[in-house]
Design a binder for this molecule. Structure first.
Ligand code: SAM
Length: 221
């Protein structure tokens, strides 16, 4: 349960300088929800050295592992005092407390990579993409920001796509468009850099990508 978790009362109550030494006055712009072992953000951190990135992971040991992994990368890359200082992790239940971490319109990228599928219908409310949560995601994302989803579970892909498409503050954006906008590195990392994505690759499984842009003016439905 969440009782042992300590949550910030609001994003303004967080001292991000503890997470991101040398980036005083900034807040995270990329959020990896259910980041697992951290592969995505660790791949992206050196590519976007001025962008702060935060992973959210609910499992204690896994979040501790990612924390230690980031610390180790900072040490082994010590000849560059800025290396990996733009990436951090919190242990958090992202389904309950995302707005406690991120201010309105503060994020430019939000990642849901290989989320737990919760196959049974009665468990669908446990899925990380749902109508209620989409309102929160639209709140923390700035207009123009992108939601990236990928999964090897076809049914979950259809579910995420359907809910995001139905939500008036998101519009589908295809891979080609993202690449033409200079987001190819991000798309590549989404496909290939996470531990779960590598597992799927080793098993020669399929991967379904679905991305959405947070728009300013709600679409008419
Ligand atoms: N995104 C990673 C990857 O692609 O390798 C991990 C995928 S793993 C299948 C799903 C992760 O989401 C698990 O590490 C799980 O602990 C985490 N998770 C599930 N529900 C969560 C929640 N409500 N808040 C934060 N993390 C959650």
């Amino acid at each position: 349960s969440d009782h042992s978790l300590d949550y910030p009362a609001s994003p303004g109550a967080i001292d991000w300088s503890q997470h991101y030494p040398g980036h005083e006055g900034k807040a995270p712009e990329f959020a990896d929800v259910g980041c697992g072992f951290g592969g995505l953000l660790i791949a992206l951190a050196p590519q976007f050295p001025d962008t702060l990135m935060l992973g959210l992971e609910i499992r204690v040991q896994v979040s501790q592992y990612v924390h230690d992994r980031i610390q180790a990368l900072r040490v082994t890359n010590g000849q560059d005092p800025t290396a990996y200082k733009n990436v951090s992790i919190v242990r958090a239940n992202a389904m309950k407390f995302l707005p406690n971490y991120f201010a309105k319109h503060s994020l430019s990228s939000l990642f849901f990579l290989f989320p737990d599928p919760h196959f049974k219908s009665r468990k669908h409310k446990a899925r990380i993409i749902s109508p209620t949560l989409l309102a929160e995601y639209a709140y923390v994302l700035r207009p123009g920001g992108i939601v990236y989803t990928i999964t090897d579970v076809k049914d979950l892909h259809e579910w995420m796509k359907a809910h995001l498409t139905a939500f008036p503050l998101f519009e589908p954006v295809d891979e080609e468009t993202l690449r033409s906008e200079g987001r190819g590195n991000i798309v590549d990392a989404v496909y290939h850099s996470t531990e779960e994505g590598k597992k799927v690759e080793n098993n020669k499984g399929d991967k379904w990508l679905a991305c959405f842009r947070r728009i300013e003016v709600p679409r008419a439905r």
